[in-house]
Design a protein around this ligand. Structure first.
Ligand code: NAI
Length: 342
């Protein structure tokens, strides 16, 4: 018993030593579009992360107040505000993760593709600055249509000679968050345990929840599968309609984006067990970009996880084939836009 208590004491001392003397993990995160509906709650959630030392908030207007407000939270990270293109370089220098929720959201009746004309140019310009000032950062694209804005970002980075496909991510975490919530509700499961991979893209039928791969394993009737799939695909529109002109999902989106940031930071910090779904350059299908589960590591995507796409049900296989045409067209639209600018 004495020995055991010594061991415990020694362990405690060692833990204390580590707590006091090892440097805290310290990463710099920038949010571009930080004064917006997503940007503000996202900045708040990132401000709560113990892994962040510096939080840089950029927008074309109204970001000073957001930063002043957040800076009073007594969590470790330093908050700084940056307004307008002239302050973008200082916002980006030495940043480890750049999150981009800049751009206009949907109003009732709009598809994500209706946002293309405005958001394509915004993403082009912001990613171009990222290429110049923090080309090694992880880039998280939230601005819609993600199916096109991610290919635009890739082309811009290629034009600048700094494209690293492993570090460019379309944020589709919200689709997974929604799928987990709806499945847990429907099946009366403990939410924390449920994990549904969502593959394909991030718009309408390109969002494909693989319900047969739900963990823990659950069985669904054909009707449940049809209803859940359609609800997950239209969940964004559910929010757009409920907000009735005041925008699209912001709070659940901020929650999902913060989860993806935290996962990225854990991966950067050397955690070897970080998996998330994301829309990335991919060779899992014949499409150049595809959302699937990926393993995250210090250098970004360490591996694509092909197993979710194996042994699909007939319903999922058909849905996968059916989404390819739309997803391909959205990818090509993004690539064409970026190449026209070159
Ligand atoms: P919002 O209109 O509330 O905020 C957008 C912010 O971007 C504004 O503060 C605006 O000033 C800023 N902005 C505009 N042009 C900019 C530029 N050139 N540089 C920096 N900032 C700029 O919109 P909200 O609701 O925050 O949505 C943002 C985007 O996120 C939309 O494109 C929306 O469709 C998308 N979205 C994506 C989701 C996803 O799952 N990936 C889910 C929900 C929304």
């Amino acid at each position: 018993a004495l020995r055991a208590s010594f061991a415990t004491k020694a362990q405690k001392e060692s833990q204390n030593f580590h707590r006091h003397f090892l440097p805290q993990a310290a990463y710099k995160v920038a949010v571009l579009g930080a004064a917006g509906g997503i940007g503000q709650p996202l900045a708040l959630l990132i401000k709560m992360s113990p892994l962040v030392s510096d939080l840089h908030l950029y927008d074309i207007a109204n970001v000073k107040g957001v930063a002043a407000d957040l800076s009073h939270c007594n969590t470790p990270s330093q908050v700084k505000d940056f307004t307008g293109a002239s302050e973008l370089p200082n916002c980006l220098r030495d940043v480890d993760v750049v999150v981009i929720p800049a751009g206009v959201p949907r109003k009732p009746g709009m598809t994500r593709d209706d946002l293309f004309n405005i958001n394509a140019g915004i993403v082009r310009d912001l990613v171009s600055a990222v290429a110049d000032y923090c080309p090694n950062a992880f880039i998280h694209i939230i601005s819609n249509p993600v199916n096109s804005t991610v290919p635009i970002a890739a082309e811009i980075l290629k034009q600048k000679g700094v494209y690293d496909s492993k570090k460019l991510f379309g944020v589709t975490t919200l689709d997974v968050v929604r799928a987990n919530t709806f499945v847990a509700q429907k099946k009366n499961l403990k939410l924390i345990d449920v994990d549904v991979p969502v593959v394909g893209g991030h718009a309408g039928i390109t969002i494909l929840p693989l319900l047969s791969k739900t963990r823990p394993s659950v069985s669904f009737s054909d009707e449940e599968i049809e209803k859940l799939t359609v609800r997950i695909q239209n969940a964004g529109t559910e929010v757009v309609e409920a907000k009735a002109g005041a925008g699209s999902a912001t709070l659940s989106m901020a929650y999902a984006a913060a989860r993806f940031v935290e996962s990225s930071l854990r991966a950067l910090d050397g955690d070897g067990d970080v998996y998330e779904c994301s829309f990335v350059q991919s060779d899992l299908t014949d499409l150049p970009f595809f959302a699937s589960r990926v393993k995250l590591g210090r250098n970004g995507v360490e591996a694509l996880i092909p197993s979710d796409l194996q042994g699909l049900t007939e319903y999922e296989q058909k849905a996968l084939e059916a989404l390819k045409e739309e997803l391909k067209a959205s990818i090509e639209k993004g690539v064409a836009f970026a190449q026209k600018q070159a």
